[in-house]
Design a protein around this ligand. Structure first.
Ligand code: UGA
Length: 433
């Protein structure tokens, strides 16, 4: 089977390299010529554990993976074409910006020569895949193509494993022929007993948004429980543990923290609310999730300032800048939002991230950047753990003690134990404790 993926972001490159691992002939296309040039040289545009090895294996050894900026060239003999372009939020609006999707659909239509399956893997609002079908049918006879919705559920930081061992595959199709081709495509996963769920195209599109929005709701819920725990002297980790063993609730995504960030949850919650609004449905739960989450970084920074009366003369060390560990993605990073609020009050920010210092420097040039956590802590009035990278889980507190001006820790990811740090002489503040 010959596959084409249009768009070389996380979804395009991870899916492309994993499909090559299954043994398919894969071409990744992007109109960004410099990005394609870098990929041909073996450079991945983002940090993701394992991706460079997989890309180079299939580019250089198996030769199953190639890159091009020419869609006509890529589509020569292609059986399945995946749309994997970004669908960010529109500026100042809740809606997803689908301009890249529409352009790609037109380009694909202009290059279909034999029967092809066009698959939306990008996260797109309900109705989009049918709209793509309309666009293509203006140019291509209906017997020469079908459209399918096949959303992706991989997470940044564990993307390859998520793709190779997913909880489920969703195939939204409107006929038997396309469902059959998609089932054949995912046969390697079916052999691992991955549930393959077929549905209508509309249900499939909604499954993706409803899943992300539900997880985001779970996070905001536990964060509000954390607020209550803080006020009454309970511990949100104990509460989450007690809730999570109930199989109907489940223990995942019950980690209280500074709020959800990244390139997916914040935009998807907004776009899903907007889809509902267009049908005159008031998705008030999601509106609350969104507004609470948007406010949370400001509320946390206020709490930090008020607790210790930090001011223009204060210096805080920030550990972790990416929106989660194992990625250099800083889009909608709550750690950085909190740092910006603190900086706006005149507080000096000394920061360190294992892989995101360079990305952050361009956007936050007034922060100070350091090569490791210890250098960032020199003379600091407190440490803020903003992202739970593994290397922050076993810090040398004796060394930190000798470097810091004041021994205070704000652990926004609850990775330490209050008693243990108090015994070491630190004043410890977690979330919801
Ligand atoms: C999310 C979904 O988990 C993926 O299934 C989906 O494919 C992806 O969006 C997407 O739509 O492309 P991702 O944004 O990469 O994946 O990362 P998550 O691990 O879901 O974390 C999202 C945010 O929630 C992070 O800011 C994280 O710190 C926060 N979070 C997560 C919590 O605050 N608490 C938790 O218990 C879990």
């Amino acid at each position: 089977m010959k596959l084409v993926l249009v768009g070389t972001g996380y979804v395009g490159l991870v899916s492309g390299s994993c499909f090559a691992e299954f043994g398919y002939d894969v071409t990744c296309v992007d109109k960004d010529k410099s990005r394609i040039l870098e990929l041909k040289k073996g450079k991945c545009p983002f940090f993701e554990p394992g991706i460079e090895e997989l890309l180079s294996k299939h580019r250089d050894q198996t030769k199953l993976l190639s890159f091009t900026s020419s869609l006509p060239e890529a589509m020569e003999g292609a059986d399945i074409i995946f749309i994997t372009v970004g669908t960010p939020s529109k500026r100042l609006e809740e809606d997803a910006d689908l301009s890249a999707v529409w352009n790609v659909a037109k380009d694909i239509a202009n290059n279909i020569k034999k029967y092809s399956l066009v698959v939306t893997k990008s996260t797109v609002p309900v109705g989009t895949t049918k709209e793509i079908k309309k666009i293509i049918s203006k140019i291509v006879p209906k017997e020469n193509f079908d459209v399918v919705s096949n959303p992706e559920f991989l997470r940044e930081g564990s993307a390859i494993n998520d793709f190779m061992r997913p909880d489920r595959i969703i195939i939204g199709a409107d006929n038997e022929k396309s469902t059959k081709i998609m089932k054949e495509l995912y046969r390697p996963l079916y052999l691992l007993e991955t549930p393959i769920i077929t549905s209508s195209i509309e249900s499939s599109e909604i499954i993706k948004y409803a899943s992300n929005s539900f997880l985001a709701t779970k996070i905001s819920f536990i964060n509000q429980v954390a607020d209550l725990c803080e006020s009454v002297g309970a511990d949100v980790q104990e509460v989450a543990k007690g809730m999570g063993v109930d199989k109907r609730i489940g223990s995942k995504f019950l980690n209280a923290g500074p709020g959800f960030g990244g390139s997916c949850f914040p935009k998807d919650v907004k776009a899903f609310t907007s889809s509902a609004k267009k049908q005159n449905i008031n998705f008030s739960i999601l509106e609350a999730v969104n507004s609470y989450n948007q406010n949370r970084p400001l509320e946390i920074s206020k709490k930090i300032i008020n607790l210790k009366k930090y001011n223009k003369n204060s210096k805080l060390a920030l550990f972790g800048l990416s929106f989660k560990p194992n990625t250099d993605d800083i889009r909608d990073s709550t750690s950085l939002k909190i740092a910006q609020h603190l900086f706006d009050q005149g507080i000096m920010i000394n920061c360190y991230d294992p892989v995101s210092n360079d990305n952050t420097m361009d956007l936050f040039p007034k922060f100070n950047f350091f090569k490791n956590a210890y250098e960032a802590s020199e003379g600091a009035d407190a440490i803020i753990i903003g992202t739970e990278w593994n290397e922050f889980r076993a810090l040398n507190f004796l060394k930190l003690k000798s470097l810091m001006k004041n021994l205070v820790i704000f652990d926004l990811r609850n990775i330490y134990n209050k008693q243990e740090l108090s015994d070491l002489g630190f004043e410890y503040y977690g979330i919801g404790k």
